[in-house]
Design a protein around this ligand. Structure first.
Ligand code: KG4
Ligand code: ZN
Length: 350
């Protein structure tokens, strides 16, 4: 069975071809260069770029897989959640192909696809059920009790921003461009001072499995203002107010921040986020009495987060998996294709 998969939920135009569970090709056209100009995704621009890139990505994916459209048995596509205008492009291409080829179409849930990215390039038995799964991206941040392949229960979610969004907003406040995760992570790795815990470890109540990152993001912005000081003078403590009164955007005054300050802020921020995410994941596992942990979504590409969870997991006897490569952590059509494969195999296809 050949599966043709599409993912256009945000800013990556991605097409994959599978033979059953085997990934034959994956082509992803990134829009980062365009969105970097605005330090964030503008939905209208994302949709236009998807429309311009979708057919060439499809051609490339088929030619890398060495098959023609006539061999495709099933079309799969991300249906939700995501940016409506972006989703619409992939959905239109997938539906048109499914109808003209006369082949079934499988709609895929984006968050579930991130979870299933963990099956890519792994043996099926490597994901042990029941487990708890932390899904953490730009647009969503949840913890699930993943009981069996197609049975999951939401245990907690973000009350405001997702961790990925916080990474992006902190990077923007430091004038570092988009997306924020990789650049914050790189800066953090360049800092060799101690962790001082200057930002609040927002865990809500003791037993809560929900998240809140907007307070942390605001604390980071305040720290940036404090270090810059009013009009670039760190001794002037009226900094935030002074800048606000001038209406100078935060990323334009970021060059006033020293490189060492930037490194320390990135380091403190990244560690605080990793600490919060990891704490909640282990709390969820304890509450459900499971010894198996899974990480998924764009932020699962973060090395420090992976290491934090892996260290505690090995110290406390947990099994831990995350996508085998950063390509599979971020939005991609391979995770759509593998989920479609399992759904069809279980008779949950269309
Ligand atoms: O899953 P994803 O590609 O898109 C959504 O479905 O939302 O996640 C994108 C998010 C962005 O916020 C990006 O900054 C973050 O993942 N990200 C990272 C890293 N690489 C990407 N965050 C922290 N560390 C990274 N290395
Ligand atoms: Zn995603």
């Amino acid at each position: 069975m050949f599966i043709l998969a599409f993912e256009t939920s945000c800013d990556d135009t991605s097409v994959a071809v599978f033979r059953d569970r085997e990934l034959l090709s994956l082509v992803t056209v990134s829009q980062i260069a365009e969105h970097a100009k605005t330090s964030g995704v503008v939905p209208e621009i994302a949709a236009r770029l998807h429309a311009g890139n979708a057919l060439s990505a499809l051609d490339d994916a088929l030619s890398k897989a060495g098959i023609g459209l006539d061999r495709i048995d099933v079309v799969a596509c991300t249906g939700n959640p995501g940016l409506v205008t972006s989703l619409l492009v992939g959905k239109t291409v997938a539906k048109t192909l499914s109808e003209t080829l006369g082949k079934p179409l499988v709609w895929i849930d984006h968050i579930e696809a991130h979870m299933f990215a963990n099956f890519l390039e792994r043996e099926e038995r490597d994901i042990e059920f029941p487990c708890v799964c932390l899904t953490v991206s730009w647009g969503h941040n949840e913890i699930y009790f993943w009981k069996s392949m197609f049975e999951r229960e939401l245990l907690g979610e973000t009350m405001d921003d997702a961790a990925g969004e916080a990474f992006d907003k902190v990077a923007k406040a430091m004038g570092l461009g988009f997306p924020g995760g990789p650049v914050i992570s790189k800066l953090a790795s360049e800092y060799d001072g101690p962790f001082r815990g200057i930002f609040p470890l927002v865990t809500l109540s003791k037993d809560s499995l929900d998240f809140s990152f907007s307070g942390l993001k605001t604390a980071v912005k305040r720290e940036i203002d404090k270090r810059i000081g009013a009009f670039g003078n760190p001794r002037d403590t009226g900094s935030s107010r002074a800048w606000k009164s001038l209406r100078i955007p935060e990323d334009s005054r970021a060059p006033l921040l020293s490189t060492e300050d930037m490194r320390e802020i990135a380091f403190e921020f990244e560690r605080t986020v990793a600490e919060i995410l990891s704490k909640k994941l282990f709390l969820a596992a304890e509450s459900k009495g499971v010894k198996s942990l899974v990480l998924a979504g764009g932020v699962s590409a973060n090395d420090f987060l992976r290491q934090t969870i892996a260290d505690r997991a090995s110290a406390e006897g947990y099994r831990f998996v995350a996508p085998v490569s950063k390509t599979y952590s971020q939005d991609n059509a391979a995770m759509v294709g593998i989920l479609a494969y399992y759904r069809i195999r279980k008779g949950k296809g269309t």
